[in-house]
Design a protein around this ligand. Structure first.
Ligand SMILES: Nc1ncnc2c1ncn2[C@@H]1O[C@H](COP(=O)(O)OP(=O)(O)OP(=O)(O)O)[C@@H](O)[C@H]1O
Ligand SMILES: Nc1ccn([C@H]2C[C@H](O)[C@@H](COP(=O)(O)O)O2)c(=O)n1
Length: 232
């Protein structure tokens, strides 16, 4: 019997604020895997569009330049990095302006083609395996992932979590903004936010972050000990 641990690809999808980033980073760190935040990539391309004066309400204008920005993502879960044309984008992609425009930009099919290709090449280069988090990883980007998780939580729990990050923020307004973004991400034509048929759904509403991390680590370990059955 070999001592080498097989590479594993884990897809973690779900709506905003369900704990995808926190869980994915912790699971990747615990298991020695790489980590990819695909939302950061859509935020990065959105930031580039805004910085270059592209009208984000004009899908044709976005499509015409979708291949221009050079986006690079680091995959160290302890220090996730993202650059656009060589510039550190980790701060600018978290602004309210980018958050309010990212659903429109990420709905453009040409944008999704560019970013999906990038995500697949990063995943295939991860020798030890990778945890990839987003909205369409299990359904579209990596349909053959070894394990697919779909995280959910009530809008109230998600809004409370998000509001906890920003002192003095309005929980009701945060809740409405989350619901609006989820509706846009779920209703777009090209690879919408959706649970893959073979994903394991984990409702995190009443779970602590530590409980969610332990649950996902257990699921990965179980998958590693019982390889996926391939349909013939
Ligand atoms: N189970 C949990 N219990 C309490 N707080 C949590 C839980 N999971 C995540 N959080 C907190 O909720 C906030 C949002 O989590 P996180 O950024 O991981 O969500 P996300 O699904 O990646 O969101 P988005 O899609 O908007 O990027 C963070 O402050 C995180 O610490
Ligand atoms: N695989 C993905 C990941 C993200 N998006 C879009 C939709 C989200 O609203 C936005 C930002 O993601 P977040 O940083 O909040 O995780 O990016 C997508 O379409 N597909």
């Amino acid at each position: 019997m070999s001592d080498t641990v097989e590479s594993v690809i884990v897809a973690i999808d779900g709506p905003s604020g369900t704990g995808k980033s926190s869980t994915s980073k912790a699971v990747a760190s615990a298991l020695g895997l790489s980590y990819l935040d695909t939302g950061a990539q859509y935020r990065a391309i959105t930031w580039w569009m805004i910085s270059n004066g592209i009208d984000v309400a004009d899908p044709a204008a976005i499509a015409a330049v979708a291949g221009k920005p050079v986006i690079e993502s680091g995959t160290d879960p302890a220090a996730p990095a993202i650059t656009v044309d060589g510039l550190d984008a980790s701060g600018p992609i978290r602004t309210q302006e980018v958050t309010s425009k990212v659903s429109a930009v990420s709905a453009v099919p040409e944008v999704r083609t560019v970013i999906t290709d990038l995500q697949r090449s990063i995943a295939s280069a991860a020798a030890q395996g990778i945890v990839v988090e987003g909205r369409d990883i299990g359904t579209t980007v990596l349909p053959d992932a070894d394990l697919k998780i779909f995280l959910t939580a009530s809008p109230e729990a998600r809004a409370a979590r998000r509001s906890g990050e920003i002192k003095g923020s309005d929980v009701a307004a945060t809740r409405e903004a989350l619901i609006r973004r989820d509706a846009a991400d779920s209703s777009r034509k090209t690879s919408p936010l959706a649970k893959a048929d073979d994903a394991v759904e984990v409702d995190t509403t009443d779970l602590s972050l530590q409980q969610v991390i332990e649950c996902v680590v257990t699921l990965v370990e179980e998958r590693r000990s019982t390889p996926k059955q391939v349909a013939r």
